[in-house]
Write a protein that binds this ligand. Structure first.
Ligand SMILES: Nc1ncnc2c1ncn2[C@@H]1O[C@H](COP(=O)(O)OP(=O)(O)OP(=O)(O)O)[C@@H](O)[C@H]1O
Length: 457
């Protein structure tokens, strides 16, 4: 251990050594102070120097003591930005009184989906503030806690610490955040996307009743029964006893706007499952493998438009090109991940495509796509049901449509559907037309022929 003597050289003393052990660097600071004063820096200059050095040292000492306290006398829970616990904690923190006194904050526009049920969202683009980049003290159930926000490359990780070596109060807090978050997100589906090679919750979508996705009744009943059966409580054991991997895959195919994505979201809502969506065109095989390995049990993995992701038929893909591809998923990479050990069990895979004919046989064989569901353009039945969806009599809206009783609506629906040519328009197109005339079913019927003529011919 060294200090500076009057001549500027270094020497060691036992006292200094002890101080240096407790506060590394203090010896240097105090020797420098002595040195300055010994050189006859008098009056205010000397005082100012001493004061400055003391302040510097005090800050250093406080930080040092704090590090010791933090490491040996506190408990800490770390919450990663990429984990859903982060969303739970941030939502809770944003509503805490200590946020008002925080000196470093981040402002976010809170989307209506993320707002609490009891929050007034009449204001356009409501703002929410949360602490950012710093440490913040607050009280929780009589305990003094510290929230530390550590910003790294535009993202922040959170740490909460309490005094004492028992982390129970911190666990209680996270559990409270979780309960509150689940209450706020009831009847909503969490949609996860990949960001920086990790899953991150991107949005909450309101649950859409499966009855509002209009398709052939038999086809719908068949797939719903299949999913119900797969998710049955005893099914995992059933699969395990027979050594069959517990996973199920569906391929939804058909023209754009026929309800493939809507059906997937409704299915997730019906079974209270989260959806993990992957855009295969902008990730590599290794990233995809890691993401699949990190999937939680019981979720839906949605691979949309698989035909556009460069995983088309093997005969149309240059073998060299496939093996060299480092930035996009390859067909063999995808097949490996769907079958491999890293692929999470107890998950439902849904692939959607507009062009089933562009997909390799290997991708759509049973085991990877256990059921293939054809989503069709609107036929008479679909057009009739869409008409009912838009003009159905809702009790508290009856006064708007009181001149139309159920029988009249039925008759108008039949009339409307007979004027829409079969297998020409997608349900999305028919729905869009009906919404333009949502105030008047009569208008919808009288305008449909000219719409058909203008739209397609
Ligand atoms: N069968 C349907 N029943 C009810 N609504 C539908 C149906 N098909 C489409 N729609 C409506 O049209 C819109 C687009 O549908 P959706 O995105 O589900 O189609 P998609 O088949 O997934 O299209 P794409 O192949 O382009 O992804 C949705 O808002 C949905 O409400």
């Amino acid at each position: 251990m060294s200090a500076i003597n009057e001549g500027g050289s270094y020497h060691s003393t036992p006292q200094m050594s002890l101080i240096e052990i407790l506060f590394p660097g203090l010896g240097m600071v105090s020797a420098s102070a002595k040195h300055l004063l010994a050189n006859n820096l008098e009056g205010y200059t000397g005082l100012l120097c001493t004061f400055g050095i003391s302040v510097l040292f005090a800050r250093y000492a406080v930080r040092y003591v704090w590090e010791i306290v933090r490491n040996y006398f506190t408990s800490t829970i770390y919450v990663s930005y990429y984990d859903e616990a982060y969303d739970m904690l941030v939502d809770w923190v944003a509503d805490q009184p200590f946020v008002h006194n925080a000196h470093s904050l981040i402002a976010r526009v809170r989307s209506p989906q993320r707002a609490n049920n009891n929050q007034n969202l009449t204001k356009k683009k409501p703002l929410t503030f949360s602490p950012w980049d710093g440490s913040f003290l607050f009280w929780y159930k009589g305990h003094l806690l510290i929230l530390h926000c550590a910003v790294k490359e535009h993202r922040e990780d959170l740490y909460i610490s309490s005094i004492g070596l028992n982390a129970n109060i911190l666990k209680n807090l996270i559990e409270d955040c979780r309960e509150r978050y689940l209450k706020d997100t009831q009847r909503k589906i969490s949609v996860f996307e990949h960001r920086d090679g990790e899953w991150k919750k991107a949005r909450l979508r309101p649950v859409r009743p499966i009855s509002t996705v209009i398709m052939d009744k038999q086809v719908k009943d068949d797939i719903l029964r299949d999913v119900d059966e797969f998710l049955d409580q005893n099914m995992q054991d059933w699969y395990a006893e027979r050594g069959i991997p517990y996973k199920r895959g569906y391929l939804l195919f058909g023209p754009p706007g026929t309800g493939k994505s809507s059906f997937s979201l409704s299915l997730a809502g019906k079974h209270e499952l989260d959806i993990y969506t992957l855009q295969l065109s902008n990730i590599s095989d290794s990233t995809m493998m890691r993401l699949f390995a990190e999937l939680p049990p019981y979720c839906i993995v949605l691979l949309e438009d698989v035909d556009t992701a460069g995983v088309g038929r093997r005969d149309s893909v240059d073998a060299d090109q496939e093996s060299e591809s480092k930035s996009a998923v390859t067909l063999s990479g995808l097949l490996n991940v769907l079958d491999g050990v890293s692929s999470q069990e107890s998950r439902i895979l849904i692939m959607t495509t507009n062009h089933i004919e562009h997909l390799d046989e290997a991708l759509i064989r049973p085991g990877r796509s256990d059921k293939k569901v054809h989503f069709k353009l609107a036929d008479q039945n679909i057009s009739t049901q869409l008409f009912h969806t838009v003009f159905k009599q809702v009790p508290n809206q009856k006064q708007c449509n009181e001149e139309y009783d159920d029988d009249t609506i039925k008759a108008l629906a039949r009339d409307f559907a007979s004027k829409v040519p079969e297998q020409v328009f997608s349900p999305a197109e028919v729905l869009s037309f009906l919404l333009e005339h949502k105030k008047s079913p009569l208008d919808a019927v009288s305008c449909v022929e000219s719409w058909v003529a203008n739209a397609k011919y």
